[in-house]
Design a protein. Structure first.
Length: 365
């Protein structure tokens, strides 16, 4: 269903497959999934707590299930299971546990809530709130080919809360994988709210594994240059680079790959204030970028206000021009109609050989 597909795209970082088998317990005849199964199936329980409703999807990094938590009155949750090979050694497992523990403490309206996680030699998973919405990648796909696919109001609705959430989260962790697939939009424009998905999960993998996986998913476009070389040797400015890539794509409908044109070159002079913001956000070296999310948010907010004001002025001038042109067309039409009426009256007077009256009509024409 579209609901399942949208949730899958929001949860794209989890694993490919997992070996388990079924066995029956004596407690309510519950089927429990164990590490030898080929896959988890509908009705299986994970951890004797989460009953699988359906598999929502799988990709190069993992699999996500829609589950019901029987400890919480069958509340629907998304359960994400990490493939063991991604965290095969104790150091990687410790990073995973630390990062998910940090995510458990994140409490922001624009960050998805993590509820519970479990890590053992066989199973590594966590549950999160189940979101029924569309991710930004889906919106970009739907609007592919459009020039300036998002309005300024839509940019504001997505990017300012995104930077707010990063400002909060950067006090605790770094996302490391900001991209359209990890930005979920709930509701409809202009009243959308956003949720950022998958905080810190990229840190659980080695540099080479993360880079390979990102390339396999087609998302290296959003990675900062230093992140491609050393995924673990980065700071919050790598996230801001990724936000800059998302901003550019929302503005222009294109990815900022290689030598790319500035927004004002692709759109119009009205968008010139965005050029410097893009240059700064996408600076090759971290020191040339915005140094924190608040700094970038402040400049973006100011640019949106200025651009919105200028667009409103331009639109107001266009509207005034349109009204003036319509008024002139009406005047010209009325004049032509009057001339035609006088001409007919003049013709009628000529027909009656009333030359004086006819002359007066033609004088007015």
């Amino acid at each position: 269903s579209s609901r399942d597909y949208l949730t899958v795209t929001a949860c794209n970082f989890v694993i490919n497959c997992f070996s388990v088998k079924h066995y029956l317990t004596n407690i309510n005849e519950t089927r429990v999934a164990t590490p030898r199964q080929q896959t988890f199936g509908t009705g299986d329980f994970i951890g004797d707590r989460y009953r699988i409703v359906s598999e929502l999807g799988r990709g190069g990094m993992g699999v996500v299930y829609l589950v019901k938590d029987r400890n919480l009155g069958d509340r629907e949750l998304a359960l994400k299971m990490i493939h063991p090979y991604l965290i095969a050694n104790p150091e990687a497992r410790k990073r995973f546990e630390d990062e998910v523990a940090t995510c458990l403490d994140l409490n922001h309206s624009s960050i998805i809530r993590v509820h519970h996680f479990e890590s053992s030699p066989e199973l590594h998973y966590f549950t999160m709130e189940y979101l029924n919405g569309k991710n930004l990648a889906q919106y970009l796909s739907d609007r592919e080919g459009d020039i300036s696919p998002f309005t300024l109001a839509e940019l504001r609705a997505v990017l300012l809360p995104l930077l707010d959430a990063l400002s909060y989260a950067h006090k605790h962790t770094i996302h490391r994988d900001i991209k359209p697939e990890n930005i979920m939009l709930l509701g409809e424009f202009p009243d959308v709210t956003i949720k950022i998905l998958d905080f810190g999960i990229a840190r659980t993998m080695s540099t080479s594994r993360f880079t390979q996986t990102a390339q396999g998913l087609g998302t290296p476009y959003y990675m900062a240059p230093e992140q491609v070389k050393e995924a673990h040797g980065i700071d919050l400015r790598a996230d801001l680079y990724s936000v800059g890539m998302v901003l550019y794509e929302m503005l222009t409908g294109e990815k900022a790959v290689g030598v790319f044109e500035m927004p004002s070159e692709l759109l119009s002079d009205v968008y010139q204030p965005f050029d410097n913001l893009v240059r700064t956000a996408l600076a090759f070296k971290p020191d040339g970028r915005y140094q924190n999310a608040d700094e970038m948010r402040k400049e973006l907010s100011a640019i949106l206000l200025k651009t919105e004001s200028e667009k409103e002025k331009a639109q107001a001038m266009e509207e005034q021009k349109r009204i003036a042109e319509e008024r002139q067309v009406k005047l010209d039409t009325d004049n032509e109609s009057k001339k035609k009426g006088l001409h007919l009256k003049g013709q009628a007077a000529i027909g009656k050989r009333n030359w004086e009256v006819a002359g007066k009509y033609y004088e007015r024409v």
